[in-house]
Write a protein that binds this ligand. Structure first.
Ligand SMILES: Nc1ncnc2c1ncn2[C@@H]1O[C@H](COP(=O)(O)OP(=O)(O)OP(=O)(O)O)[C@@H](O)[C@H]1O
Length: 263
């Protein structure tokens, strides 16, 4: 299997059964995401970003169309633990220690035990000293960081991150935005990030897809040709600011009508 699989979406759409009529979450989408790249999905709340990610993760079947990752279906990739997800609600096993949860990410991916790597990941996400604690003894932000470490522990080919930093304070978020990218870049994973932060999308990704209000369609497809690593100089550059403005303008052009936004 290619370590950097391309993702192909051909006519992929998703509707959910609703009380009165079906809820159309994702309109038919045709898309190729290049292997080894990080793509950010941004768009108004409820537009279908998480649904799109869940379809690619094989956690929901599409109502129409077909998704292939390299040569496999999402289900095949998931079943052999080639993909890892870190979602906003962390979903750690409550009876396992933090270290046990992170090590499980590696075991489930059928990778050899590597306690040194687990400790290193724990230190990277700022959880050293909490190895023996249970998830319930951590704050929401700490649980999120543990979920990111668990996802990375399996060295996945496809890494899916759904607002992974939503419950993390601004300084920690900034540190993780600096220290995590080299880690997943080094592992060569293809990755998709859902975020509400325009600056985070520009800082982390190679390409940004701005989605329309529900049902999600691609409103703008913006490449991010900034050099890496993206340290303070890149973040202070005119090119960085211009990209943030371009993404913000695209979001503004594709808001919900005021009557819907107010509901
Ligand atoms: N399992 C489900 N059953 C019914 N409707 C669903 C289901 N999952 C999502 N939806 C609906 O699909 C739409 C898109 O939801 P989704 O969570 O993908 O949006 P999002 O863009 O990730 O939102 P946010 O930015 O607020 O997290 C919403 O209207 C939501 O209510």
């Amino acid at each position: 299997m290619d370590r950097r699989p391309d993702i192909h979406l051909a006519g992929v759409a998703k509707s959910f059964a609703g009380a009165i009529r079906p809820v159309e979450a994702v309109a038919p989408v045709d898309l190729v995401l290049a292997g080894g790249q990080m793509t950010a999905l941004v768009g108004p709340s409820g537009c279908g970003k998480s649904t799109l990610l869940r379809l690619i993760a094989g956690l929901e079947p599409p109502s129409e169309g077909r998704i292939t990752i390299g040569t496999e279906s999402p289900d095949e990739l998931r079943q052999r633990a080639g993909l890892a997800v870190a979602f906003q609600d962390a979903a750690l096993l409550p009876w396992r220690s933090v270290e046990g949860n992170i090590a499980l990410g590696r075991a489930l991916a059928r990778k050899p035990r590597d306690p040194g790597m687990i400790r290193e990941l724990m230190s990277l996400v700022g959880l050293s000293g909490f190895e023996r604690n249970r998830p319930a003894e951590l704050s929401g932000g700490m649980r999120q960081r543990a979920a990111i470490a668990r996802a990375l522990a399996g060295e996945p080919e496809l890494l899916l991150l759904d607002e992974p930093f939503a419950a993390v304070d601004a300084l920690t978020r900034d540190r993780l935005n600096t220290e995590l990218p080299p880690l997943w870049e080094a592992r060569g994973a293809t990755s998709i990030l859902v975020t509400h932060s325009v600056a985070e999308a520009v800082r982390l990704s190679d390409r940004i897809l701005v989605l329309t209000p529900r049902p999600a369609r691609i409103a703008a497809d913006i490449p991010v040709p900034l050099p890496r690593p993206r340290g303070p100089e890149v973040l202070a550059s005119e090119a960085f600011r211009a990209l943030c403005t371009e993404v913000t303008d695209a979001l503004r052009d594709h808001q919900y009508p005021e009557s819907v936004a107010a509901q």
